[in-house]
Design a binder for this molecule. Structure first.
Ligand SMILES: [Mn+2]
Length: 320
């Protein structure tokens, strides 16, 4: 039997979900199943192509629902799991007992493990560290800003690898995690040799942000346009300025200029603004705690102006 398993690509929770589902499937459905993996990404336009569902069974984990009649298993925990009201109605009418959604779960990995245990009697205690790290990473339940910036734990090193390497290696990681422990895979030579150059690049970015970031009245800001740095670990601003409540950064990549607005989960002062609402006013969006506004790559000056306006709003009424 051939299982096609589609997972959220370049995401620790997506990879861990694929590994946990593989173990469950081999234990509960077919021990000798031939599993073919493929990543799914949030792209503009249609997300699914019927040809993706080419297995005898087809599963999606940690990604949006598809009403395809060929889809046999589905697990997701995202609030926005349905592309349309029709898709949601299709899911709610499903009686297969193999499609599951829980937007309250902090990670899809723990959701799959819970359903596999409660509904199908499957348990594998060697998966506990993988499930626990998926919860910490996907829910951003870090103990400090230092933890995701210093990347000392092997699980976080593997997260960095998963977010930055090609799909072929990610598939290798999933296959390993479906037969070995997280510790073995994360500390193994294959993952570590890929982690080292990523760590060097991450540390360079950290030093650049440290040099450029300026803190004033509850908000830190920096501009990485001239450095050509398109992205940064979102905890870096709170690591270099632990006193800040907010962070506002301007970056430019090949396809867009971007303002990233965030709030420090370890801030000494409470967040007083809904960041999504502010970003929406400028055509962007996000969540209450983090958001972004995108511009064309040639609109850097406009992006900088909007960033100044957002900063002024976040600093308004600041009290020492
Ligand atoms: Mn997830």
């Amino acid at each position: 039997m051939r299982l096609r398993l589609l997972y959220h690509g370049h995401c620790f929770d997506g990879v861990a979900s694929a590994a946990v589902f593989t173990r469950f499937y081999r234990s509960h459905v077919d021990a000798s199943a031939d599993v073919a993996y493929a990543p799914l990404l949030h792209t503009a336009g249609s997300l699914f192509d019927e040809a993706m569902f080419d297995g005898d069974e087809n599963a999606i984990v940690d990604f949006k629902y598809s009403p395809s009649g060929r889809l046999t298993w589905w697990f997701d925990h995202h609030q926005s799991a349905f592309l349309s009201a029709e898709d949601e109605a299709h899911f709610r009418a499903d009686r297969s007992g193999r499609k599951f959604w829980d937007p309250e779960s902090k990670s899809c990995t723990e959701f799959i493990a819970r359903v596999a245990d409660e509904n199908f009697g499957f348990r594998d205690d060697s998966l506990v560290p993988l499930i626990s790290w998926a919860h910490t990473i996907d829910g951003a339940f870090y103990e400090s800003a230092a933890q995701p910036v210093e990347l000392r734990e092997p699980a976080l090193q593997l997260m960095q690898v998963i977010e930055n390497v090609d799909d072929a290696f990610i598939e290798w990681v999933i296959r390993q995690l479906s037969v070995r422990t997280l510790e073995e895979v994360a500390t193994g030579a294959e993952a570590q040799e890929r982690f080292r150059p990523l760590l060097a690049r991450h540390r360079e970015t950290l030093e650049t942000v440290r040099r450029k970031a300026a803190y004033e009245r509850g908000a830190v800001t920096f501009d990485l346009v001239d450095e050509g740095l398109e992205g940064f670990n979102k905890f870096i601003p709170y690591y270099v300025h632990p006193e800040t409540t907010y962070s506002v950064a301007v970056t430019r990549g090949a396809y867009r200029a971007k303002i990233s607005v965030g709030s420090n989960p370890f801030s000494p002062r409470p967040r007083r603004h809904n960041i999504a609402s502010i970003c929406e006013r400028y055509g962007g969006g996000g969540h209450a705690v983090v958001g972004a506004v995108s511009f064309r790559p040639d609109e850097v000056e406009r992006a900088r102006q909007v960033a100044r306006e957002i900063l002024a709003e976040l600093r308004e009424g600041f009290e020492e």
